[in-house]
Unconditional design. Structure first.
Length: 299
């Protein structure tokens, strides 16, 4: 009986030892499987840092190559310019703006060069004006483009036969009409010179200007108004004696509501005397005068 009891206890111990070994083996295998499935935290962070992009990632509808664009690189698509920027270290963002070299913007809509945005036919039924996106000095700008199928209007010349004569643009003081080409010509009497005085001058717009011949200090083309005075003519002009004068006004196909000009031309006798405009003693015609001004002093 004693021998059987001892053998039974030994068997039980061996069984428990075997079960313990099995459990240890299972635990070891599970630990290895978990370690293989989940990498260590530190290598994962290093991998993520190495995988960060070196620039801006292309968008879905762009060409497949390159995948990343370096800082400062640009991409153009549908009137938009995309520039790769780096607002923070290793953080890349696309900056989107209008491609002003290729497109125009109207009411937050983009139009490429050559697009006619808005067109209107003028009352003459032969002129069409369109707001179009055009290229001006390597840049896209909005401009009015005129398509004119009207017959060319012949220029008009008015020969002045008597002075004083008032010269005014058509429909003054209302806005002058389009496509005007009119000249006024005056030849002073012998021994006289033409004297021109402007009372009002408002000539501006596309192809709108006044020409005066003979030129004034080498300049014959004038335009502007009180707010744009750089190219205005002198208010009063005295021309050389016995010289014919021609004043011309021209307006383009598009007018902007400016009223034109008003002036008066008269004759004045030629003289060797020089005096201020308000000096009234010099009135006679000194052209053939035998007397000469005193060489010195006043009298």
């Amino acid at each position: 009986v004693s021998t059987q009891s001892t053998w039974g206890d030994g068997l039980q111990m061996r069984t428990l030892l075997g079960l313990s070994l099995v459990l240890l083996l299972i635990a070891f295998c599970l630990a290895e499987e978990n370690a293989a499935a989940e990498p260590k935290a530190e290598p994962e962070a290093e991998l993520e840092e190495r995988a960060k992009p070196k620039g801006c990632k292309r968008m879905n509808d762009w060409p497949k190559k390159p995948k990343f664009y370096k800082k400062g690189r640009m991409f153009f698509k549908h009137c938009k310019k995309f520039t790769c920027t780096e607002p923070a270290p290793r953080k890349y963002v696309w900056k989107e703006e209008l491609d002003s070299k290729r497109c125009c913007s109207v009411n937050q809509m983009y139009y490429p060069i050559g697009s006619k945005i808005l067109c209107k036919q003028l009352p003459d039924d032969c002129t069409t004006v369109c707001l179009e996106c055009v290229r001006v000095e390597a840049k896209a700008e909005l401009d009015l483009v005129v398509d004119d199928d009207c017959p060319e209007r012949p220029p008009e010349t008015i020969v002045i036969t008597e002075v004083p004569f008032d010269i005014k643009t058509p429909e003054y003081p209302k806005a002058y009409p389009a496509n005007q080409d009119i000249c006024w010509s005056w030849t002073p009497k012998c021994g006289n010179y033409a004297y021109l005085e402007f009372f009002d001058f408002d000539v501006l717009g596309r192809d709108a200007y006044v020409t005066i011949n003979p030129p004034i200090n080498g300049k014959s083309k004038f335009y502007g108004n009180e707010f744009n005075p750089a190219n205005l003519p002198p208010k009063t002009i005295g021309f050389p004696a016995d010289t014919a004068v021609m004043i011309c006004f021209k307006s383009g196909k598009i007018v902007n509501g400016h009223k034109g000009f008003s002036a008066r031309i008269i004759d004045k006798p030629n003289s060797d005397w020089i005096h201020s405009p308000n000096y009234n003693n010099v009135k006679e015609d000194y052209y053939n005068c035998s007397d000469t001004p005193p060489p010195h002093g006043y009298g």
